[in-house]
Ligand binder design. Structure first.
Ligand SMILES: [Cu+2]
Length: 160
């Protein structure tokens, strides 16, 4: 492991620790894709692990006029994305939001998302009893998945 990737891993881990201590749902490896001038939409990604079964039902952010939960799926040989009303988070199972799969869609951006900035996201969860909780997270803006080098962010919890 290079010195840089060690530091990056430490930064990600300390972010994990902070969010886990404050909140019910563990949010790890969050990031949003940087945009260029004139681009109106982008995606935000993260790993979510809920201690008890819950669902992600909404997302909002001050940087975008509209934020939705999306999924990408092959449909007749074409990759399509669509909004979904909720994302199921089974107890103690890590659900990964990543490019090509589930993601948070940020639309009607108020300004380009600059690399190395960070954005605030408010996640709304609704548990099996119908109780809603909100959780604030801050995620870095990046052009690609941070620490995307193979194995760089392996937490030993890979599931297929
Ligand atoms: Cu989308």
């Amino acid at each position: 492991m290079t010195h840089f990737s060690k530091m990056a891993a430490a930064a990600v881990l300390s972010l994990c620790a902070v969010t886990a201590a404050l909140a019910q749902v563990k949010v790890e490896n969050g990031w949003a894709r940087a945009t260029v001038q004139g681009q109106m939409a982008t995606g935000a990604f993260m790993k979510l692990t809920a201690p008890q079964a819950t669902r992600l039902v909404a997302v909002s952010t001050p940087v975008a006029g509209v934020a939705e939960i999306h999924e990408m799926k092959m449909d007749g040989g074409v990759m399509k994305m669509r909004g979904i009303p909720a994302l199921d988070l089974p107890a103690n199972q890590t659900v990964e939001l990543k490019p090509g799969s589930f993601h948070l869609m940020l639309m009607d951006l108020k300004a380009p998302l600059m690399k190395d900035a960070s954005i605030a996201l408010t996640l709304t969860f609704k548990d099996t009893k119908g109780k809603e909780t909100q959780q604030q997270v801050s995620v870095p803006v990046s052009t690609n998945m941070p620490g995307a080098a193979p194995g760089a962010q392996h937490h030993g919890e890979h599931k297929h």
